[in-house]
Write a protein that binds this ligand. Structure first.
Ligand SMILES: [Zn+2]
Length: 411
């Protein structure tokens, strides 16, 4: 009987989703013949998003050290906010009192909020996981909280983002096939509960589904087919970039993408170094988000077409030119690399802003160039040329950084 109710609810939701096309739509503008890359256009209540797109992350309702005006000037079309952080401080009810995230943080473009689950599972605050949801203690004051598929929909309705995500579970890397299946199946049951709960809230918000399946190819394909068949207007791929070698992540997308419906936008959750964007687009991904570009910027790591450079390096001490000659960002148009180097050495506040602006602009220009190459039918050549020139941080450097950041977070 439960099953019948659930099926009836989901059938009704399909109808609701169709009538919702006025608030959210996705159109494919061009597809690559030699890869799974596509260029598209997403419509949301707060504006249009050309894809492929990079979404800067504003964890605490701010992209660290960068104002909304600066984000817009850098070409940002959509930003991401973290539900876990915002529900604890200042609280989703307070943000609702201020008219939602858009007016609270003075960003009038599209916003995506995650479900909060990733932080609860990954930052070690989880106390008890059950079929009902995830009980955890706040990292701020130790207070007890519970996330369920239903209350996450309410919290995200209070935050008011254009695109919202349901509570899901990812399996740690590495994990057994049994644990991978258990997390995936629970994610699927929670996805159906989230769809039913979402119908009680704001129709102008669009709920994406999340694909799981850890590092098991058959589970990834199964999850993509199942989540793709539910009435979600868009799909996020979760549980990747959690410590595995990059090759494993790309291998999993080779199972996921062919099993997904072509007509829905695909978001690769929490992934977004320059080389990830270039490779991910070829594997069929449309949307990317990651704290990496702004986080490495604050530590002096700046992106250029030939790779990531450390502006701390003494070779920049007397550099009259900008960080990158061809960059059109506010920082490169107005400041020498020597000045940015000096600001970092002197630990000046302005450094964080100028460095973040450069990396955000780099990512958005890269996304725009990827889109242009798909429209021109030359994505494979663009990808090969970019990867031949771009020197990424080695896996060892990445692992060390990840450990450092994790330690800093938990302190
Ligand atoms: Zn620049």
């Amino acid at each position: 009987m439960c099953d019948n109710t659930s099926t009836a609810n989901l059938t009704r939701l399909v109808v609701d989703q169709e009538s919702m096309s006025a608030v959210f739509s996705f159109r494919i503008d061009a597809e690559c013949h030699d890869s799974w890359a596509r260029a598209g256009t997403i419509q949301t209540p707060h504006g249009t998003i050309p894809t492929p797109i990079f979404m800067p992350v504003g964890t605490q309702a701010t992209v660290k050290s960068v104002s909304p005006e600066e984000l817009r000037e850098a070409g940002a079309k959509i930003i991401l906010g973290n539900t876990y952080h915002l529900m604890l401080r200042p609280g989703s009810k307070l943000i609702e009192e201020f008219g939602g995230l858009h007016s609270f943080m003075h960003w009038d473009g599209p916003i995506l909020t995650d479900s909060g689950g990733f932080q609860v599972f990954s930052l070690g605050h989880l106390r008890k996981l059950s079929e009902e949801g995830a009980a955890f203690k706040s990292h701020l004051d130790g207070s007890a909280h519970m996330l369920t598929p239903e209350n996450v929909m309410q919290i995200e309705a209070e935050l008011g983002a254009d695109i919202i995500l349901p509570l899901d579970i990812y399996a740690a890397y590495p994990c057994s096939p049994g644990d991978a299946r258990e997390a995936m199946e629970r994610t699927h049951r929670w996805a159906e509960r989230a769809l039913v709960a979402k119908a009680r809230h704001r129709p102008e918000q669009t709920l994406f589904g999340i694909v799981q399946g850890a590092f098991e190819g058959d589970l990834r394909a199964e999850s993509a087919a199942f989540i793709g068949s539910l009435p979600f207007p868009g799909l996020s791929i979760g549980g990747l970039s959690v410590g595995e070698p990059k090759a494993r992540m790309w291998e999993m997308l080779r199972y996921v993408t062919p099993a997904l419906p072509r007509s829905k936008p695909r978001h690769l959750l929490g992934v977004g170094s320059p080389e990830d964007l270039v490779i991910g687009v070829g594997l069929g991904m449309d949307m990317f988000d990651c704290v990496l570009p702004t986080r490495v910027a604050r530590h002096g790591g700046l992106f250029t077409r030939s790779g990531r450079v450390s502006i701390r390096n003494t070779r920049f001490r007397t550099e009259h030119g900008p960080i990158e000659e061809s960059c059109d960002c506010y920082t490169c148009r107005n400041y020498s690399a020597a000045y940015v180097h000096h600001l970092l050495r002197a630990e000046e506040q302005l450094f964080y802003r100028l460095a973040s602006i450069h990396n955000i602009r780099f990512m958005l220009r890269l996304a725009a160039d990827l889109r242009a190459s798909i429209l021109a039918g030359s994505y494979p050549a663009f990808r090969d040329d970019f990867l031949a020139r771009y020197r990424p941080a080695s896996e060892q450097v990445r692992d060390e950084q990840r450990e450092k950041w994790r330690a800093a977070k938990l302190r």
